[in-house]
Structure formats: C-alpha cells, structure tokens
Design a protein around this ligand. Structure first.
Ligand code: G16
Ligand code: BGC
Length: 492
C-alpha cells in the first residue's frame, strides 16, 4: 500500500522516529552543515588559490592556459566536428554554424564510455574513440569525398597546453586510471589512431568541457562570463587578461588580450587548510586511485555523492547506538561505489509521506528492509549531502566573481548534478547570495543557468575561432599556423 502524497512541509514527520535515530539525524546535521561564515572563509581562501595558480610558482589549482583567446561574436561560420569525452559519455557531433547570428545545427551520436575502458590501456582508449568517430563519419557521410574536417576535442581532464592543438595530461580524475597517458601528449596518439583508420579529421582545438560550456553559452548571451561543470567532476573556466597571468609573462603577449583559463579547481585545498572534511571524505580520498588529489571535487561532485551516502550508512550499521539494517546481510552495501548520485536524487524526490519509494529503493538496489524511522535518516542524509555539495560548489564560482570583480553576470552550467539533482540550483543560488551579500530584495546578481547544448557547440566554436585567428594572422598558441591556414583555406 502506498502512503499519502508527501506534504511540502515535513513538520511532525519526526514524531514517530525513535529517539536514537533522531539523535543520529542531529549528529549528521552537525557533520554536514556548512554555515555562511564557513562558506565565506572558503571562498576567500579560494580567491588566493586562484591567484596563486596563475603565478610561475603555482599552487594546488592548476589554472591552465587554454589558448582560447576570445569570445565568439555570433558570426562564426562553417561545419565542424566535435568530440566530447566526459566521465560518463562520449559524444560525437557535427555542428554547422550558419550565417544567421548565434544559430547552429547539430547532428549527434552518444556512446557510453565503457567502464572497463576507464582502467584499461591507452591504446584501447584511443582506438575506441577513433572507432566511434569513424562510425559517425561513415554513417553521416557515406560515399562522400571529404576533405579534412576540423575537429574540436573536448577532453575533460587537466591538460598542460603549449598550443591549442596539443595537450599533456596532468593527471586522470573522475576515477579514470589508464596507464601510460599521464605526463604525455594526448593529441599524438589520438591522431595516430585516426590516421590508422584513414579518418579525414584534423584536430584543431583541444578544449576542456568548462571552456566549451563558457564559449557555447557566450555565443547567445553576452552576460555569460563563467563556464562551470557540476557533474561527475567539478570545475570552471573564465576569461583572464594575458597581463594578469604571471606564468606566461615570458611570452610577452599583449596584456589586454583575453585568455580562457581552465581553473581545474577540483584540486582546491589539496593542502587541507580550509574545507570542512569529514571522516567520510577522508576515506573517499584514501581509497581513490589518486589520493591527495581533487580534494574539493571529492566533496561535491556526482561521482562521490553516492559513495559518501554509502560510507555513512556503513558507519551507522557499525554504530551500536544506531544499528541500521539490524540483523540483515549488508554485503551489497559493502561494495564501494555501488550507489550513484541518482540513488540520493530518488530519495530526495520520494513524494510519499511514508517514504515508500525509499523503502522500495533499498529493497531493489540493496536487498535491505528498512523501517520508517531509518527512512527519515536516509532522507535527511541525502538532503545534507546534496545541500553541502551545492553550497560548497558556489565557493569556487563566488571566488572567480570576486577575483574578476564580476558583480553581475551569468554562469553557464552543465553536468548531471546541475541538470538532474533535485534542488541543486536553488540551494546553490541561496549559498551564492549568502557568500556575496546581495542587498535584501535584489534578484540574483550572479545567475547560474543551464548552458546551451553543452560543450559540443563550444568545441566547434573554439575550432572556428582558432581557424579565424590563424587566418587573421595571429599565431599565438597554434602548433603549425601555416599548415592550419592552408588546410582550412576553404573555410570562411
Ligand atoms: C555535458 C557536457 C560535457 C561534460 C558533461 C559533464 O555532457 O557536454 O562536456 O563533460 O556534461 O557532465 P557529467 O560529468 O555528468 O557527464 P552530457 O553528455 O552530460 O550532456
Ligand atoms: C576534470 C576537469 C573537468 C571536470 C568536469 C574534473 O575531474 O579534471 O577537467 O572539467 O572534471 O567534467
């Protein structure tokens, strides 16, 4: 039998929850709540780390120079391929930017990144990606004689770029652990796999998903100043002036020239100075493939939310005062990463007064029978983990706003947590308001909005901007400007 639809107000729902579980809820609140004062402290420290990342000496946050040197003006034109390799999906798109300002047509195929690829070999990775591209071209251009197609490759991992069409993987993130790629150029083996298959593609720009999201969003919205991903991983990009990037001072670029910076701020506070890490965050880090890395990301990104929930449940099972799942076989729950963020979303979205969906979820996913009181603990725990993630997520965004003195702007956002996790956006906006102290009664000055069609369009636009730049005579950050100019002389 299904209980009554849950009322928006949950007052009274605790009346029949045993005292020991009420105490558990209180203690979880103490563990996961992040106060306004703490958010402000984190955000202030974040500004310092952003600045340090731009210096020659560097710091925890890489602040990668991307060679994406300007926003689109809406008049970019041509047909481009875009490849988007995220944590979960691989997308191949063909994007046509027509004459009409700010428009685009998109053809796309989505392939799942097979789990085993994430811990396989480098050859398997590049071969899989090249196969997907080959399939896409054969399907959409069967029998056509094609010249070299320009490609924007969204590679959503930290990369050092001397040129826009080159990138050395600094380290894998998001649970990837493929040997022999870190510290090496990713473009050469990728191009080799394409050449082996005779696929007529020329990588024109290697970009990050945050830069792509920023550029795609700015194509139709000139207030867009930051691109952010709240998904399997977390990160943001913004536009800096070359003159404010001490680590590239030796290149003598014009000081006012714009340069997109891929912050890679998932690495914020790797020195553990300010984030309120719980014992669960510490376990997640310790048991990850790269302990000590991505401290901030591991507290807020989608990959880790289910794992946090699982670790707390295990702890409460072992706690003699609480004894969740008493007397039951918890072997399924013991398996690391068995729960993903959608498990929490579904608990948070359970519409029933008696939390029947939560009961069913534990039964189907974990083969566990749970009591009404336990469900109240799970509901509150999911809310606490989700709320902490959205609030902490805004420390990075507010820090960029402070650093660039952006009082009012839009932030283009993408990723499964932003798009699918319940209440993420209102919780995040509330935290931004607390950190940035907007005057009472004012609308949100910094507005985090869903990005237009993700970083695929961004990759195409950055490829277009790069070709345009080379044709206009700018060779900054392009490996072989003459060759690129010649190859794409037919594109406007
Ligand atoms: C979108 C963007 C990708 C980005 C991804 C992040 O893809 O186009 O560039 O990497 O979001 O989200 P997640 O980490 O949750 O996959 P998609 O395929 O989710 O629309
Ligand atoms: C990666 C970033 C990426 C972010 C969001 C992080 O783990 O290091 O490059 O932008 O995830 O996908």
């Amino acid at each position: 039998m299904v209980g009554p639809r849950r009322q928006p107000s949950r007052k009274g729902s605790m009346a029949d929850v045993p005292q020991n579980l009420q105490d558990t809820i209180k203690s979880l609140e103490d563990t996961f709540d992040v106060s306004t004062a703490k958010l402000k402290e984190i955000s202030d420290h974040f500004v310092k780390e952003l600045e340090q990342g731009l210096t020659e000496e560097g710091g925890d946050i890489p602040m990668n120079v991307t060679w994406c040197m300007g926003f689109p003006d809406g008049h970019e034109q041509g047909t481009f391929l875009a490849l988007d390799m995220g944590g979960t999906n691989l997308r191949v798109c063909e994007i046509t930017l027509p004459e009409a300002k700010g428009e685009f047509d998109i053809l796309q195929s989505k392939y799942r990144m097979p789990e085993e690829l994430k811990t396989g070999t480098a050859d398997e990775l590049w071969e899989y990606i090249a196969d997907c591209l080959q399939q896409f071209i054969e399907y959409h251009h069967e029998g056509e004689k094609l010249g070299q197609l320009p490609l924007g490759f969204t590679f959503s991992y930290p990369a050092t770029q001397e040129y826009i069409d080159h990138g050395i993987l600094q380290r894998w993130t998001k649970g990837f652990d493929i040997d022999g790629v870190e510290g090496k150029d990713v473009v050469a083996p990728f191009e080799q796999a394409l050449a082996d298959r005779g696929v007529p593609i020329k990588l024109t720009a290697l970009i990050n998903d945050t830069t792509g999201t920023m550029i795609a969003s700015a194509y139709t919205d000139t207030d867009m100043k930051i691109g952010a991903i709240f998904g399997t991983g977390c990160n943001a990009a913004y536009m800096e002036n070359c003159g404010s990037i001490p680590k590239i001072a030796h290149l003598n670029l014009p000081p006012d020239m714009p340069m997109a910076i891929n912050c890679e701020y998932g690495a914020f506070d790797n020195a553990h100075k300010v984030l309120p890490r719980t014992k669960y965050d510490i376990i997640i880090d310790k048991e990850s493939p790269r302990p000590g890395q991505q401290t901030y990301e591991k507290m807020i990104a989608g990959l880790y939310l289910g794992e946090l929930f699982r670790l707390v449940c295990l702890d409460l099972y072992d706690n003699p005062e609480v004894r969740l799942f008493a007397g039951q076989d918890i072997s399924r729950l013991r398996k690391a990463y068995t729960l993903d963020a959608s498990f929490l979303s579904r608990i948070e979205e359970d519409p029933f007064g008696n939390l029947q969906e939560t009961v069913d979820l534990f039964e189907t996913e974990l083969k566990l029978r749970v009591t009404r009181g336990e469900c109240e603990v799970f509901r509150r725990l999911a809310e606490l983990i989700g709320t902490r993630a959205s609030r902490l997520s805004m420390c990075g965004i507010s820090a960029i706003c402070k650093k660039k003195d952006l009082k009012k702007c839009h932030v283009g956002a993408d990723g499964s947590v932003f798009n699918k996790y319940p209440h993420f956006k209102p919780r995040a906006q509330k935290a931004l308001r607390e950190i940035l102290d907007w005057p009472e009664g004012e609308k949100d000055w910094v507005d985090v909005r869903a990005a237009e069609d993700g970083s695929g369009v961004g990759a195409a636009l950055i490829a277009a901007l790069t070709i345009k730049r080379v044709k206009d005579g700018s060779s900054y950050g392009i490996r072989d400007p003459e060759a690129m100019k010649k190859l794409f002389s037919n594109l406007s």
